[in-house]
Ligand binder design. Sequence first.
Ligand code: FRU
Length: 544
Amino acid sequence: QITKPDHRGEYHFSPKEKWMNDPNGMVFFDGEYHLFFQHHPFGDTWGPMHWGHAVTRDLIRWEELPIALEPDEHGTIFSGSAVVDWQNTTGFFPDEPGLVAIFTHHLERPDAPVVQTQSLAYSTDKGRTWIKYAGNPVLERADLPDFRDPKVFRHEPSGQWIMVVACGQIVSLYRSPDLKQWTWTSDFGQGIGSHDGVWECPDLFELHVDGDPTKSRWVMLVSIGDGGSGSEGSRTQYFVGGFDGETFTPDEASQQVRWLDHGRDNYAGVSWSDIPDEDGRRLYLGWMSNWRYANQTPTDGWRGAMTIARELTLETVDGADTLMQRPARELEEARVPVLELADVTLAGLRLALEPLRLGSFELEVRAESGRSFGFVLREGDSCGTPVGFDAEAGELYIDRTQSGECGFHADFAGRHAARTAQPGSEAGAAAMRERGVTAMQSESGVAERQAADSAAAVSETQAGVQPGADSETKPGMQSGVDSETELRIFVDRSSVEVFEGGGRLVMTDLIFPSGQSDRLSVFAGDESTVFRFVRISRIAGSNG
Ligand code: FRU
């Protein structure tokens, strides 16, 4: 008997029913991470937008709550953000602090142009019920057809709220003392970045560089709508620069386009507001789809899922402040061990993977640098998704051409690749020449292959490489990310997320394999390839 595969992820958030797109109103309050989302509760394709709502305490197990915001006379409810008004700047909270949502009203009327305005709603019961502000909308721009997705944050140095909001193909910045009256301060985006499509869902936040509390830069995220044929569909770029409370000034390195994710399915992601200072994390997630085919993905009764929660940091890579993404640490806490091996040969690993049957798991692997290798994920009789590192090309790739159901859109099947800065690759060699080194330190127990490396070994600090934050705790992992190819691969029922080199390069792709495609196999360019560390875990999620 052939049953329709259940593509619902075990540890990724998806709505119980019907359509979902962008994450909205992400805010942490009183122990809960709130996730609101673009939701069409009456259909499984995009339609009149509402804000759906879910909460989690651990970023993995989600509880879906009733719809938070419904359309009204000002329009349907497009994307936006939420903050805690700790100081009652709005006057909405005479008793105790509460939540304010700042969102776009999208108004379509017959025989009139579309109008997008920014509005407020507030909640005094931890986001369970919402009151729309009587003075809505609070911000209008009659000249702009595309004026949406306000992301608001508190800027203590200026004692103001700051809003970044997408306006066609730029981002405008505003400031406000009370979230009700807004003053334009500057525009960003003319002549910089990718303009392949409409700009959407901006975010702006400050991060320390290399974990140094005395050094920080600002990161601007901008999602770009589908630029049509020839483009990769919708995707997200980022800029690094300075922010003085009024103007965002990009650094030199941001003159070139930098992508947040090199797969096809991570869009409209923004970060959580109000994560407590003592924690200091900047957590992010995105919508795991692409406007090119989002309305056609082959799920049943529901459509749309979010990425795993990821921690964003800024680290110096080849002299440039670079945005890194690591899975939130809660994912480590949710691991249920399946298999763990150190210093295993290709043949040995093949044998160990043979009996496994897994639809949803995490795979961590560290192999000797400069070796081509990969895994076929969600493998079945005549399908599977190869994911790996090609040392010759210096590329990380996901190949979903045979990944399962692909025919729902002509642009879905494909192989997606991105260049890494790996030793052994051209890019890696160039990166190392720049650092003045010829090889990276390597201290593994696998002796044979180390002779050449150790002759030219240099320390991590000389090489200017920051070790991965958790590298000391990992068995078999001795030095910085460059002495090994390190991948963390999160596979769920219909998705693959690959984090390379401690989060320098990330690729997120949807796949729709059959339920029977549950095998996992390994391959390598060279039979003598040794894997220093392999660990497979299940993740105990909401739908496991
Ligand atoms: C991004 C987006 C936003 C808009 C929302 C509508 O995916 O187009 O710009 O607010 O989706 O659902």
